[in-house]
Design a protein around this ligand. Structure first.
Ligand code: FAD
Length: 423
């Protein structure tokens, strides 16, 4: 009865479930809801015509994947059972159970799922956005730009390569480093590493937020001769002059700006929730969607759920987190529609496959509070060292798992935990 169609009318239409965003989270949760109850009428609001497998962008930047394998037309991944509105959400009127769209129309819902991802705040770094794609300034975080990273890595035979990491939270917190390790590995294997001055400039104070993985990463910092700089935040870029400015803050809070010339700069911008969430009463103090950590239901509005990068929960913002979150939201949302207690619980799982060299990965898997949550045997995930098996998983298995497992509602390694004695 429900078709995969675009709708744009000034009438207020109603759907049982409205999902905002057709990215990793929106499509996965739609499939997981449908899997539980095929009669639920679901709409997805998503303006983009292309769906990206963003975890593949690191591999494009390292010359491992061709760019085209990381994208598909949105129409290919949009489930046939949803009504697709090719629109942008401008605001949520939760008191009216209503979502307002950029074309002036509105949709009403019984339950709402917010999955619009996050906003890359390129403008927060002076001069960065116009510099991207020229003069060696690149970012694997920018759609279509990971190929330029790979081009720069191959061209560079000597000089200074800077890799920046902004303040947390960001999506895939390991990705700024992954770009650096894969680049350094290429320079090592092509005999030019000794000509390179590689600097990591991290706005944070530690190499990785979960201490268990730090020794393995430090070994690679040493192996590649990388100069690590902490509390050093990229604040400005002059592309034509090939200069970057970093603000370094000492433990006493005194700051100092340092200008560094570069031949290549891999920059990652600060990140925040989309404005229609950030500036609304749905947000927590940090501007992220204010959800219960376990049920993923909004803390105030009981028919609103959320998942993915927009979430204010303290997990790592990754597609791997979405894999575990989607069944939890689906189960709890269906329970809400049937006035049943919420049973499914998300324990904060997130995963970061740290590509420390072409062929080996340190696979970080952890939940809330940095508690390790390995889901693979130690021959794949030995947190203390890089394994070839984890590389095989990332390079050969995870894209298929994403396109044909997660987005289709096959909940591989994603069975929800259950709450006990609550609700
Ligand atoms: P997205 O997939 O970004 O989708 C959000 C969707 O919402 C988009 O389609 C957007 O068009 C839509 N939208 C936005 N605003 C609106 C609006 N107002 N109205 C309607 N629709 C809207 N994760 C891993 O698990 N492993 C990795 O190795 C990994 N590596 C990464 C490397 C890089 C370089 C990057 C950039 C990300 C990486 N990630 C990785 C993170 C992963 O891609 C994200 O965590 C994941 O895509 C989050 O899914 P999401 O649906 O919340 O957001």
């Amino acid at each position: 009865m429900i078709s995969n169609r675009a709708a744009s009318t000034a009438d207020i239409k109603t759907h049982t479930v409205v999902i905002v965003g057709g990215g990793a989270a929106g499509i996965s949760v739609a499939s997981s809801i449908h899997k539980r109850d095929r009669n639920i009428d679901i709409a997805i609001i998503e303006p983009a015509t292309t769906h990206h497998y963003q975890p593949g962008w690191t591999m494009v930047g390292g010359g491992v994947f061709r760019p085209e394998v990381t994208s598909k037309p949105m129409s290919d991944v949009m489930p046939g059972f949803v009504s697709w509105y090719r629109q942008t959400v401008t605001s949520i009127a939760q008191d009216k159970n209503q979502v307002d769209l950029a074309d002036g129309s509105s949709l009403q819902y019984k339950a709402l799922v917010l999955a619009p991802g996050l906003e890359l705040n390129w403008g927060a770094i002076d001069g960065l956005e116009p510099a991207l794609g020229t003069n060696g300034v690149t970012s694997n975080y920018r759609e279509g730009m990971a190929s330029y990273t790979w081009e720069m890595v191959q061209k560079l035979k000597q000089g200074t390569a800077l890799f920046s990491q902004p303040p947390m939270p960001i999506k895939c917190a390991g990705a700024p480093q992954k770009a650096m390790y894969l680049s350094a590995d290429y320079w090592l294997k092509h005999g030019v590493l000794s000509n390179m001055d590689i600097q990591f400039h991290n706005a944070g104070a530690v190499l990785f937020g979960v201490p268990d993985y730090v020794p393995a990463l430090e070994a690679y910092i040493e192996k590649y001769g990388i100069d690590p700089n902490f509390q050093s935040n990229l604040i400005a870029v002059n592309g034509p002059a090939r200069k970057a400015v970093f603000r370094t803050t000492d433990p006493e809070g005194n700051s100092q700006d340092r200008e560094i010339s570069f031949d290549m700069l891999h920059a990652v911008p600060p990140q925040r929730a989309p404005e229609f969430i950030r500036e609304s009463t749905l947000a927590n103090e940090g501007g992220w969607l204010d959800l219960e950590d376990d049920t993923l239901r909004h803390k105030t509005f009981t028919n609103i759920f959320g998942l993915g990068d927009v979430s204010g929960t303290g997990n790592a913002k990754t597609a791997a987190a979405v894999r575990k979150q989607a069944p939890v939201v689906a189960e709890n949302l269906v329970a809400t529609l049937h006035n049943k207690p919420l049973q499914a619980a998300y324990l904060g799982y997130g995963s970061c496959p740290l590509t420390v060299e072409n062929g080996r990965i340190v696979l970080a898997e952890f939940g809330y509070g940095g508690v390790l949550q390995p889901s693979f045997p130690t021959w794949i995930n030995d947190g203390t060292q890089a394994t070839k098996a984890a590389w095989w998983l990332k390079a050969k298995q995870l894209p298929t798992l994403y396109w044909y497992g997660m987005l289709k509602g096959h909940e591989w390694l994603a069975k929800p935990a259950h709450r006990s004695g609550l609700d």
